[in-house]
Design a protein around this ligand. Structure first.
Ligand code: BES
Ligand code: ZN
Ligand code: ZN
Length: 506
């Protein structure tokens, strides 16, 4: 999708096929700048439509009207923006989404739009534009990798022109930012939607390698099974041995051009299919477990974004990638005791609690980079879904400030995080009588027990947080700019968090 920026003080005199105009719920009291931009006869026409009750400016509403030569555009699309005082970045994404869908319904490939919400002094122009771009790009997304027939019937928007009367440079740079955030999310969505026979660990590694080839400041190193045996990744390999599909441990590093003051390690769970292993899952919805690598996708997407945003931080992505199957040469069996990279022994109680097994070796390996912060992201527990439904991911950490930063980033980009505890009691609950730890705690509070298992493998040398995206990896039904399927959750969260962090450092 191409974005043009047009600076003019006479928007309605521009020529084009369709102009989007945002309207507040109480248009008489709160006319938008979009509305004010129109000439007086268009304004009274729209006021008439509103007063007859044919259009209400609530978010979700849209109406096409035909200006018949009153303005330079063939069509005018009115879109509701809700109450002026309630408009925020998320509503702007939603309004952008509603607009794009309305344009697609009438088969147009391009349109123009005035900027939404610029009359609100507390909303920054750059935030408004970024939110609009995210809303447009993420709404236009469809997973088409495997559609061979009727592909040309899939409607796509080619070009959008943003019209405003000033600050061209600020708008252009916000367009760039928004596109980077959205494109990185699209990569993660595609990876999440890939079926497991295509999105293998090898394929994930090749995505990371390709990124490193095309992005100057990225470097990628991929370790395969024999090397990992040598390196003693015992916990990760215990899972990988259940499948004949080769496992990979992927390291993808971003080194900024100026010297970095902080190093942040992001670890993503990369189970490309989770059958449960010997503790086999029931068939119902098992196909969804092709998305059990959504943490890996979030990390790869975030690293792509970080390098394009050129953030002044060293960011290292670690991805243990494997299938969790009950086959291979020697799958984990309940009761087995394995030795992790850290040297700690683990009693396997349930082979379906595999995410934590692959993550702990990555956590141990992370120390090698002397990180300031380590954050892991994983589709870790059904229990987290039970706790939160589908509206938030779980965040677990003892570090109040780190939690606050992540929660704030989540609010900004509307990937909400909700804190759940990871207290000592949960850690105690993960101790084994015959090994150092066991991989299963209580059923009740399962998300916190899983987090506590990970915590056993962290050290005080860095700050650590765990994000459980099991609740949010998948959207069951389309909602505004989040279509059905893989959501790409975590990418914008990490990018926003890292952008905020790089400002703290300045
Ligand atoms: N990948 C699953 C968790 C999951 C479930 C993610 C549903 C997304 C949607 C994880 O590996 C798993 O199987 N967890 C078990 C843990 C249990 C055995 C302690 C679970 O949640 O049931
Ligand atoms: Zn599992
Ligand atoms: Zn899993």
């Amino acid at each position: 999708m191409k974005f043009n920026v047009k600076i003019t003080s006479q928007a309605s005199e521009e020529k084009g096929n369709l102009l989007v105009c945002g309207i507040y719920q109480e248009n008489e009291k709160n006319p938008s700048r979009c509305f004010d931009n129109l000439n007086s006869s268009m304004k009274s026409f729209i006021t008439g439509i509103i007063s007859r009750g044919d259009f209400k400016g609530i978010v979700g509403n849209s109406l096409i009207i035909y200006p018949k030569g009153e303005i330079g555009f063939d069509k005018l699309l009115l879109v509701g923006m809700g109450k002026k005082e309630e408009l925020n970045a998320e509503k702007i994404r939603q309004v952008a989404s509603v607009s794009l869908k309305a344009v697609k319904r009438i088969n147009l490939k391009s349109f123009s739009t005035l900027l939404f919400g610029i009359e609100r002094n507390d909303l920054q122009l750059s935030n408004i534009v970024e939110a609009m771009i995210e809303g447009f790009e993420l709404t236009d997304y469809r997973f088409t990798d495997f559609i061979t027939e009727k592909k040309d019937e899939i409607k796509k928007i080619d070009e959008i022109t943003l019209i405003h009367d000033e600050k061209e440079d600020e708008i252009r740079s916000a367009v760039k930012m928004g596109k980077i955030m959205a494109d990185a999310t699209v990569l993660a969505r595609n990876m999440g939607n890939w079926p497991a026979n295509i999105g293998t660990p090898t394929k994930i590694a090749s995505v990371a390698e390709e990124l490193a080839r095309t992005h100057d400041q990225l470097e990628c190193e991929v370790f395969s099974q024999p090397e990992l045996e040598q390196m003693n990744f015992g916990s990760f390999l215990s899972v990988a041995r259940g499948s004949n599909e080769p496992c990979k441990f992927i390291v993808i590093k971003y080194e900024p051009s100026s010297s970095a003051k902080q190093t942040i390690v992001l670890i993503g769970k990369g189970i490309t299919f989770d059958s449960g292993g010997i503790s086999l899952k029931t068939p119902n919805k098992m196909w969804e477990m092709k998305m059990d690598m959504s943490g890996a996708a979030a990390v790869i997407g975030a690293i792509k974004g970080v390098s394009e945003l050129q953030l002044p931080l060293r960011v290292i992505g670690l991805i243990p990638a494997t299938e969790n199957l009950p086959g291979g040469i020697s799958p984990n069996k309940p009761g087995d005791i394995i030795t992790s990279l850290s040297g700690k022994t683990i009693e396997i109680i349930n082979t379906d609690a595999e995410g934590r097994l692959i993550l702990v070796d990555a956590i141990t390996h992370a120390a090698k980079y002397k990180p300031d912060i380590v954050i892991d992201i994983a589709t870790l527990t059904g229990a987290c879904m039970v706790a939160l439904g589908s509206f938030a991911s779980g965040i677990f950490s003892d570090d109040d400030e780190l939690v606050a930063e992540l929660v704030e980033a989540g609010k900004q980009i509307h990937e909400r995080l909700w804190r759940l505890p990871v207290w000592e009691e949960y850690e105690k609950g993960m101790e084994s009588e015959i090994a150092d730890v066991k991989n299963l705690g209580e059923r009740m509070g399962g998300a916190s027990y899983a987090a506590a298992f990970l915590k056993h493998f962290t050290t005080k040398d860095y700050r650590w947080a765990h994000v459980d995206i099991a609740p949010t990896m998948l959207s069951e039904k389309e909602s505004h700019y989040v279509p059905k399927g893989a959501t790409g959750v975590g990418v914008r969260l990490f990018l926003q968090f890292l952008r905020n962090r790089s400002k703290i450092e300045e």
